[in-house]
Design a protein around this ligand. Structure first.
Ligand SMILES: Nc1ncnc2c1ncn2[C@@H]1O[C@H](COP(=O)(O)OP(=O)(O)O)[C@@H](O)[C@H]1O
Ligand SMILES: [Mg+2]
Length: 253
């Protein structure tokens, strides 16, 4: 693909730099006495879709949060497109588990999606017509155009998940971090989410998705990373168990 052809295409020359790189990452929540993630090493090439799997409490959410600076690092380093996250904020969209957000906040669905544009606006610029149009288009893509004026508190789980993806789309991020996107999602939302994920893949967006249930992903991941007790303990998972293949081996140092 030609750089610049689409806003989601990685910039020219970035192909040899990994989208996400974790080196020796140990992360610990302030109130906790032990790290939730220990010595994690992971390299995610641009344009790949990586599933993070593991039991509850394994550290999947923590790994995503560490990338966007929501958990303090005790050791190690995380780079996004070869740079610290602080300089790459625009390019990374993080979608927390919907249960982690306060959906009582009095804001319409359209307004919520427009906030995805804020990373591009700077301090003083208010969102304009173009930003509003982008939000409308993303909502239409996710089949939510009928609900634009609705308060976010009145959306179902699946609609909330779609709303967050719409917000990520208007951000035009090329790294997408999804935490359990299929939890509490109805069949219609599920199929729309999967369709959009497939589309984003074709656009070379790098996707890291935490899921306790690989079956539900329905999009073939480039690799599956297993977490257990805060550690990355391998690549695999059905149908990757038999042989993760030489391409995937170097991912975990
Ligand atoms: N905000 C928090 N404060 C303290 N400990 C936490 C917090 N969030 C998660 N943990 C702990 O960190 C570990 C990893 O949790 P998490 O990353 O949420 O796992 P997963 O997403 O795989 O279910 C667990 O032991 C969990 O109890
Ligand atoms: Mg989690």
């Amino acid at each position: 693909m030609i750089a610049g052809q689409h806003p989601l295409v990685p910039i020219a020359g970035s192909q040899d730099i990994s989208a996400i790189h974790l080196r020796g990452v140990t992360a610990q929540y302030p109130a906790s006495s032990a790290p939730a993630l220990s010595d994690a090493n992971l390299t995610v090439p641009v344009g790949s879709l990586v599933a993070l799997v593991g039991a509850n409490g394994a550290g999947k959410s923590t790994l995503l949060k560490a990338i966007v600076g929501l958990v303090p690092l005790q050791a190690g380093e995380i780079l996004v497109h070869g740079q610290p996250f602080s300089s790459q904020r625009r390019r990374v969209a993080y979608l927390p588990q919907i249960g982690e957000l306060d959906w009582h906040f009095p804001v319409s669905l359209h307004r919520l999606v427009v906030t995805g544009r804020y990373v591009h606006l700077g301090w003083l610029r208010r969102p304009g017509r173009r930003d509003a149009e982008m939000a409308s288009a993303a909502l239409a893509r996710l089949g939510l155009d009928d609900l634009m004026g609705r308060q976010i508190g009145q959306l179902s789980g699946g609609q909330r998940q779609r709303a967050l993806l719409a917000r990520a789309m208007v951000q035009q991020a090329d790294v997408l971090l999804l935490d359990e996107p299929f939890t509490a999602v109805d069949a219609e939302s599920r199929s729309v989410l999967i369709e959009v994920l497939r589309e984003l893949r074709r656009q070379e967006v790098t996707v890291l998705v935490a899921t306790h249930d690989l079956e539900s992903l329905s999009v073939d991941p480039t690799a599956v990373v297993h977490l257990r007790d805060g550690r990355i303990d391998g690549l695999g998972g059905p149908p990757y168990d038999a042989d993760p293949g030489p391409v995937l081996e170097p991912w975990i140092a």
